[in-house]
Design a protein around this ligand. Structure first.
Ligand SMILES: [Zn+2]
Length: 147
């Protein structure tokens, strides 16, 4: 007879969906749980599905979860486009008007281009650190816990 201390904890058990799979699916805009391209409705650039049409994974997990993609989008835009353009201006590599146009253009266009990626990266980061929240991994744990 095994004592409760001998049983592996949920984190020690093998995950059905590994962190490597979560990263690969996050980088290709796919559902972290099943790997299908179901994050967005076809033809709707700015509308994320509430749930995966294939496996039912809830994408918008509520309570400010939607702010995560905004933070990623803002950070990438500022760090990779706005700050470098401002530094080029400070060091007189480009003129003030060119800086104004570049910064304004980047601040408007880059977030639109990154919208889908930022959602996918946010879901990837969330499930990378909490892989047991994925239904495939979670249902496996429930089966084990009922033993
Ligand atoms: Zn799915």
């Amino acid at each position: 007879m095994s004592s409760p201390e001998d049983r592996p904890t949920p984190r020690m058990r093998a995950l059905k969906v590994t962190r490597g799979q979560i990263v690969a699916r996050g980088l290709t805009n796919r559902c972290a749980n099943c790997g299908e391209p179901t994050l967005f409705q076809p033809g709707m650039h700015f509308r994320i599905n509430e749930r995966c049409a294939n496996c039912g994974l809830k994408f918008d997990r509520g309570d400010g979860f939607f702010l995560g993609p905004f933070v990623i989008n803002y950070t990438v835009t500022a760090a990779c486009f706005i700050v470098p353009a401002l530094l080029l201006s400070v060091f007189d590599v480009i003129g003030r008007i060119a800086t104004f146009v570049a910064v304004g253009g980047c601040a408007f266009v880059i977030p639109i281009l990154l919208y889908r990626r930022s959602w996918s990266w946010w879901l990837m980061a969330y499930f990378y650190f909490l892989p047991e929240k994925l239904p495939k991994n979670h249902s496996d744990l429930r089966e084990d816990q009922e033993e």
